[in-house]
Ligand binder design. Structure first.
Ligand code: PMP
Length: 344
């Protein structure tokens, strides 16, 4: 982009500032002194800042990786809306094997003894935290050497992650590390350069890595904000400190649900309850619509908004991303206790 493309001088100044911020971010990742967490990304990984959101990577992952092995097949764990969408998209480019029996409802992670992993799959894919259903992996799946790929869009930097166990990790920034418009993709170097020939150039990891994520005009503002949020995370004690806080916040809410004698119901099995998104019904197992509406109205009068669950599942969902404080989670817990007392 050059000056003549921009409508005003102030815009040019802003552009320069943002480009500087972006360069710094990219340089950090080039040199390994990454602002991503405490820089726990091994040297043989590349970090990209791409457009297209998490959904862009539903296509980007198969387009770049499904051709890693002959046969173009990939294993998918489907534990909620987002991994289901990713698996559906991958089917356009190769054979997708869902490794476990189909789930009737997204409330659990099937026991790994029931998985049939295909040793000739190009990669194994899973969504680390299913944002809509509140199902989170608290373990890294064992793939017996097959490349592991994870969508961490809604729990990125919410806890430490051993990057070396993964071939690729990606995350849209808008939940835990910034605003919409940029997606972080961390990829092991040997997996770059295997894109299918039909891969759109903006999604081609080799092209983007060679151009420092600037093959096309980057989303400067989103990258700048992400840099600030990452600095904030680092200065707050990094992903380990985030984990402590996120455990505390989520257990505050789950404790209320568990002690409510069925007034609040979380459908997700205890072992995989998300620390980021807590879905629950009010009144009874399948939810009492009138009571749920009242719950939302009363909560919003207290300044607690966006508690309505995703339209595909209904009920409530408390999202407890890094930006939510322990005090805010406690305020919700107090309100829940009070509401139960008044309505049961
Ligand atoms: N994956 C997960 C886990 C998500 O929560 C979302 C969006 N909420 C997406 C992917 C899709 O991201 P985007 O809307 O940025 O395409």
């Amino acid at each position: 982009m050059n000056v003549s493309d921009l409508p005003s001088p102030i815009c040019w100044i802003l552009f320069q500032v943002l480009l500087q911020a972006q360069k710094e971010l990219l340089t950090y990742s080039d040199t390994g002194i990454s602002v991503l967490g405490e820089g726990n990304i091994p040297d043989n990984y590349q970090v990209m800042f791409l457009q297209g959101g998490g959904s862009g990577q539903f296509s980007g992952v198969p387009l770049n990786l499904i051709g890693l092995k002959e046969g173009r097949c990939a294993d998918y764990l489907v534990t909620g809306t987002w991994s289901a969408k990713a698996a559906k998209e991958a089917e356009k480019y190769g054979k997708v094997n869902v490794v476990h029996p189909k789930l009737d409802s997204y409330t659990k992670i099937p026991d790994s003894s029931s998985w049939t992993l295909n040793p000739s799959a190009s990669y194994v894919y899973y969504c680390c935290n299913e944002t809509v259903h509140g199902v989170e992996f608290n373990f890294v799946p064992e793939t017996n050497g097959v490349v592991l790929v994870s969508d961490m869009s809604s729990n990125f930097l919410s806890r430490p992650v051993d990057v070396s166990k993964f071939g690729l990790i990606y995350a849209g920034a808008q939940k835990n590390v910034g605003c919409a418009g940029v997606t972080v993709v961390i990829v092991r170097e040997d997996l770059i350069g295997h894109a299918l020939k039909e891969c759109p150039i903006v999604l081609d990891y080799k092209v983007q890595v060679e151009n420092n994520s600037m093959y096309n005009t980057p989303p400067c503002f989103s990258i700048y904000i992400m840099g600030l949020v990452m600095e904030w995370i680092k200065n707050s004690g990094g992903s380990a400190a985030m984990e402590t806080l996120n455990r505390k916040k989520s257990s505050t809410i789950y404790d209320i649900i568990n002690a409510s004698n069925g007034f609040y119901v979380c459908p997700v099995e205890e072992a995989c309850r998300s620390r980021m998104n807590v879905p629950f019904r009010v009144g009874k197992k399948e939810g009492d619509e009138g009571l749920e509406k009242k719950f939302l109205d009363r909560a919003s009068k207290r300044g607690m908004i966006s508690l309505k669950g995703h339209r595909s599942v209904g009920g409530m969902r408390a999202s407890l991303y890094n930006a939510v404080t322990v005090e805010e989670a406690e305020a919700l817990a107090d309100f829940m206790k009070e509401f139960q007392k008044e309505h049961q």
